[in-house]
Design a protein around this ligand. Structure first.
Ligand SMILES: Nc1ncnc2c1ncn2[C@@H]1O[C@H](COP(=O)(O)OP(=O)(O)OP(=O)(O)O)[C@@H](O)[C@H]1O
Length: 288
């Protein structure tokens, strides 16, 4: 199956930062979480994909077509929710919609009205007066009203309370019910992804470190906790990260069988996406 988006050897250099040969694909019918710490390159990658900044090199394909050569055609099928609202604050929701709608050949006013109603938004309200949660919902309504196949969201949950974040997760799951849809979702609030992501891509210092199915990632790793007496020169090597305190140790392993064999009395739990992220970032542990 053709991936919905292919990013190949994407490079972009700023004074103190660079994307380094960023390469990944997004599959149809998948929610992909794009995770990384502050400043790891998530926004830069998304902006480069969307042509909002000039890339130094690299190829981006949408549904098999080169995005540089088919900008209008591909952007017609992509919905975008960006971190900084790209809205004119003094306009009302309706006025801003009137600016955005003509950019899309498949704009669907009925779908937009249904979202506005569902999200309890008022079209005559000024953008400047929207709360963070309302602003996110408005951005989602705009992004999903032109029959997009791929929704790209940059930190949509940042600054939102847990209730609104959970509402957003439901909106995304609802969007995914139609076959052929995909979501690419950058965040450093990884708990949102534990629930909904199919794939996890981790970027650290401009480099893709992990690109794997979420369940595979969580099944092949384990969070191990136990008494310090189990830690010795041999068992230490079983861990990607290991933290010891006077009360015991906690570590992430990929060698679950060996841990079970050599450390029979320890606790093994399924890690979270955050545990995995903290394991692989920074380049200062056994994982790299
Ligand atoms: N226009 C620019 N000029 C120079 N440096 C920039 C520019 N835009 C971003 N950077 C730098 O690139 C690095 C990556 O930034 P980016 O916004 O992509 O990170 P991020 O992973 O999205 O972080 P966050 O989670 O904080 O939004 C940062 O060090 C940032 O300072």
């Amino acid at each position: 199956m053709t991936p919905i988006l292919e990013v190949k050897n994407l490079n972009k250099t700023y004074n103190n930062f660079s994307l380094k040969d960023v390469t990944f694909s997004l599959n149809k019918d998948c929610i992909t979480g794009f995770i990384g710490t502050n400043g790891s390159g998530k926004t830069t990658t998304i902006k480069a994909i969307l042509g909002l900044i000039l890339k130094d090199s690299g190829k981006i394909k949408f549904s098999g077509m080169d995005m540089d050569d088919n900008e209008r055609k591909s952007k017609n099928k992509i919905g975008i929710v960006l971190d900084e609202g790209y809205f004119y604050e003094e306009l009302t929701l309706k006025e801003m919609k009137n600016v955005i709608a003509p950019c899309y050949t498949e704009w669907d006013e009925a779908v937009f009205s249904a979202y506005i109603k569902q999200f309890d938004l008022k079209l005559d309200q000024k953008i400047a007066t929207l709360s963070k949660g309302m602003r996110m919902k408005y951005a989602v309504a705009l992004a999903l009203s032109h029959h997009a196949d791929l929704l790209i969201m940059d930190e949509p949950t940042s600054g939102l309370d847990p209730l609104v974040r959970s509402e957003l997760m439901d909106i995304l799951l609802n969007f995914m019910k139609e076959p052929g849809k995909s979501v690419f979702f950058s965040t450093h609030i990884t708990s949102d992804l534990d629930k909904i992501a199919d794939m996890i891509i981790l970027i650290d210092d401009g480099r893709i470190i992990v690109n794997e199915e979420k369940d595979e990632l969580l099944d092949t790793h384990a969070l191990v906790k136990g008494d310090n007496r189990f830690i010795n020169e041999q068992t230490q090597k079983l861990f990607l990260t290991l933290h010891q305190s006077p009360y015991g140790f906690e570590g992430i392993t990929r060698k679950k069988k060996d841990v079970r064999r050599l450390m029979p009395d320890v606790l093994m739990e399924r890690p979270t996406v955050e545990d995995i992220m903290l394991t692989y970032i920074g380049g200062n542990n056994n994982a790299n």
